[in-house]
Design a protein. Structure first.
Length: 593
C-alpha cells in the first residue's frame, strides 16, 4: 500500500481511486498467494475487497491482468466488477491494455468446453440449450394428455351388498384397482366401511368402458345416478378437473414406464400429478449441481418421475450435440479431472482465482473451482446463503474455512445500515447453527426504532400505503413473485419508485427504507418446503437491505419475536437517553440543581 489516512477510526488506503479500506479490508486485499477465505458481513464491502485485491495484484505485485480470473455469481455482478476495475485502472493510469478475466462460473465452463470440445466428447462445438427443457416438458405433458384422451377406461362400482351404498371410480386396470380398494382404499369413507364390515360384504363391477376423454362425464353421471338411488361414498364431482388424478396417475406410469404400485395416489411423490411437471426441471438441475465425479447420470435420481423424464431429456440432448446450463460446469470439471495436461494449462493461464458470493456455490461448482487454482481467494457470507433450493450449499464455505492451509480474514463492519438494523439482524441470525461466528458491527451509530406492524390480508394495503408517505428511496420486499404481483396491484399508480421485488432478487442491493411484507398475502415465512435455517437467512437478507429505516409488516411469524427483544431493550435505552439529556439541558439552564 502506498499511502494511508484515517477513516472512521481506522487506517485506510488511498492507493485506489474512490476506494477507502478499513484495517480488516486492507489485510484481505494484501493477500497474495495460497488459499484464502474472506468472511464477510452484509454491507461490509465484499465487492470492494475483490476489486481492490485485483488492483493490488496488478499494481503492487506486477501480476499481468490476464493471469487473474474472477468468478462472480451472475451476469449483473460480472458487469459491475468489470466497470469498477476498468474505471480504477483508468484512473490509476496503469500501463496495461490487458484486463482481468471476469466470468460467471457457467460462462467460464462454457469457455473450457468450447476450446476443448473434441476432448470433451463432442464432434463439434456443442449447441447451448437453455429453454429446451421447458419445451420438452410441455411436449411430454401434452403427449400424456393425448394418450389419456384415447385410452380405454373402465367406470366401476363398489357396492355394499346389504344397503346398496356405492363408490364410483375410473381406471385403466379394474382388477388392479379392485385389489387396491379392498386392501387399503384411498377413499377414507369406503376404507372404513370395508374394515368394519369386511370385504365380502362388497361387490366390484365394471359398469361400462369409455374413452378417457369421456371418463369424467360418465363417472359424474353414475355418481348422480346412485346418489339418487342410494347413498355414495364419493366426496367430489370428477368434472372439477379434466381428468381424474387416478387416471392421470395410471397414464403417467405407463408413459414413463414407471412400475405402478398400489396406493401411489396417496404417496407424496405422486400427489397432484398434474402439477408434478412444474417441479421436474428444478429437480433435475438441482441434482446436476450435486455432481462431484464423472458426468450426470439420470439413474442417480431417487424421484422416479424426474428420473424417467431426465433419461428422455438427456438422450435428446445427446442426439442434438448439446449441453445445458449445468452441463457447462460438469463437463468442464470432468475435462480437467481426466486430462491432467489440460488442468495444468488452465492453472498456468490463471494462477490467481477470486470467487465472490462463495456461500452460494453448489458441490459441482466447487469441484470445478478447486481444480482451477491453488491460489483461491474466496469471499462470502454463510449467513446470506439463500439458494439451497437451487443446490447451493453453505457447508462448502464452512468446510473450506476449517481447512488448516486456508488463510482467514474477516470483514464484518457494516457500512450500509444503522446500528439498530445491524443489532436486530444479528439477534435473528445468531439463532442459526451451524454458522461461522462473526463480530457484526455497524459503522453508522444511529439508533432508532424498527417498526413492526401486525396486519391481515384486509389491512395490509392501508398499512403499506401509510408507510409510503415519506419521499425517500423505498423498496417493498416479499417472499414470492406471486406476492409482488399482489403488492403492485395494491399500489396502482401510487405517486411515491417504490421498487417492489422479491428478497432473492434484492440480494446485493440497498435502499434508504425497506418495507418487508410477510405472512399476510401468503403464509410464506417460514416455508414448509425449506429448511428453517435457510428461511431465517432469507429474512436476514431482507432486513439488511435497509440503510436507515426498516418496517416489518405482516401476520404472525416466528422470526419477528426473535429480534423484538432487542427492540424492547432499545426502547428503554432511548427513553433513558432522552430523560438524561432533558435533565442535563434543564440543569444547564438553571431550572433544576
Amino acid at each position: 500500500m502506498k499511502t494511508s489516512d484515517s477513516f472512521g477510526g481506522f487506517r485506510t488506503s488511498l492507493t485506489y481511486p474512490n476506494m477507502r479500506l478499513d484495517r480488516n479490508q486492507e489485510k484481505a486485499v494484501n493477500h497474495v498467494t495460497g488459499p484464502a477465505i474472506v468472511i464477510a458481513g452484509p454491507g461490509s464491502g465484499k465487492t470492494t475487497v475483490v476489486t481492490a485485491r485485483i488492483l493490488n495484484l496488478i499494481q503492487t505485485h506486477n501480476i499481468p491482468p490476464s493471469q487473474i480470473l474472477a468468478i462472480a455469481f451472475n451476469r449483473k455482478a460480472v458487469e459491475e466488477m468489470e466497470t469498477r476495475i476498468g474505471r480504477a485502472l483508468a484512473a490509476s493510469e496503469t500501463e496495461t491494455s490487458e484486463k482481468p478475466v471476469i466470468r460467471t462460473l457457467h460462462a467460464f465452463g462454457k469457455d473450457i468446453i468450447t476450446e476443448n470440445y473434441e476432448r470433451a466428447g463432442f464432434n463439434q462445438i456443442p449447441e447451448i440449450w437453455s429453454g429446451q427443457i421447458d419445451q420438452i416438458i410441455a411436449e411430454e405433458r401434452q403427449q400424456i394428455e393425448r394418450e389419456t384422451a384415447i385410452t380405454e377406461v373402465a367406470i366401476y362400482k363398489i357396492e355394499n351388498k346389504k344397503i346398496g351404498k356405492c363408490y364410483i371410480g375410473q381406471t385403466t386396470n379394474p382388477e388392479q384397482r379392485r385389489k387396491e380398494h379392498f386392501n387399503h382404499s384411498s377413499n377414507d369413507r369406503l376404507r372404513q366401511a370395508i374394515r368394519s364390515e369386511g370385504e365380502t360384504q362388497f361387490s366390484f363391477e365394471v359398469i361400462e368402458w369409455v374413452k378417457g376423454r369421456e371418463a369424467n362425464r360418465r363417472e359424474a353421471h353414475w355418481i348422480a345416478y346412485y346418489r339418487d338411488r342410494a347413498r355414495v361414498f364419493n366426496r367430489a364431482d370428477p368434472l372439477r378437473v379434466r381428468y381424474s388424478n387416478q387416471l392421470i396417475l395410471e397414464m403417467f406410469c405407463q408413459h414413463f414406464g414407471i412400475p405402478y404400485e398400489a396406493h401411489l395416489d396417496t404417496h407424496p411423490d405422486f400427489e397432484n400429478l398434474r402439477n408434478r411437471f412444474d417441479d421436474i426441471k428444478e429437480t433435475i438441475m438441482r441434482a446436476k449441481r450435486q455432481v462431484i465425479t464423472g458426468l450426470f447420470d439420470p439413474k442417480t435420481l431417487t424421484d422416479r418421475v424426474a428420473r424417467a423424464f431426465a433419461e428422455t431429456y438427456e438422450d435428446r440432448k445427446t442426439e442434438a450435440n448439446a449441453v445445458d446450463f449445468e452441463d457447462m460446469i460438469i463437463y468442464a470439471a470432468h475435462l480437467l479431472e481426466t486430462c491432467p495436461d489440460l488442468r495444468q494449462t488452465y492453472r498456468d493461464r490463471y494462477p490467481y482465482l477470486l470467487v465472490d458470493e462463495f456461500q452460494d456455490i453448489a458441490p459441482a461448482d466447487f469441484r470445478l473451482i478447486e481444480l482451477l487454482s491453488e491460489n483461491l481467494f474466496a469471499v462470502g457470507d454463510d449467513d446470506q446463503a439463500i439458494y439451497g433450493f437451487r443446490g447451493g450449499n453453505s457447508e462448502i464455505m464452512l468446510s473450506f474455512t476449517d481447512r488448516q492451509d486456508v488463510t482467514k480474514y474477516e470483514i464484518t463492519r457494516n457500512y450500509r445500515s444503522t446500528s439498530t438494523i445491524v443489532e436486530h439482524a444479528r439477534a435473528l441470525i445468531e439463532r442459526n447453527a451451524p454458522r461461522i461466528r462473526k463480530d457484526l458491527r455497524a459503522y453508522n451509530p444511529i439508533r432508532q426504532h424498527i417498526k413492526t406492524v401486525q396486519t391481515t390480508p384486509e389491512t395490509a394495503a392501508a398499512a403499506l400505503l401509510r408507510e409510503l408517505e415519506s419521499s425517500q428511496e423505498i423498496a417493498v420486499l416479499a417472499r414470492t413473485n406471486y406476492e409482488t404481483d399482489q403488492i403492485q396491484a395494491m399500489l396502482g399508480n401510487h405517486p411515491a419508485a417504490p421498487e417492489v421485488t422479491t428478497i432473492h432478487k434484492s440480494k446485493g442491493r440497498e435502499w434508504e427504507k425497506v418495507i418487508l411484507i410477510h405472512n399476510t398475502l401468503e403464509r410464506q415465512f417460514p416455508r414448509r418446503d425449506s429448511e428453517l435455517t435457510e428461511e431465517r437467512r432469507v429474512f436476514y437478507v431482507a432486513m439488511t437491505r435497509a440503510k436507515a429505516e426498516l418496517v416489518v409488516l405482516g401476520g404472525r411469524c416466528p422470526f419477528v419475536p426473535e429480534f423484538e427483544k432487542i427492540s424492547k431493550n432499545l426502547s428503554y435505552y432511548l427513553r433513558q437517553f432522552a430523560y438524561w439529556r432533558a435533565r442535563r439541558k434543564l440543569k444547564k439552564e438553571g431550572d433544576i440543581k
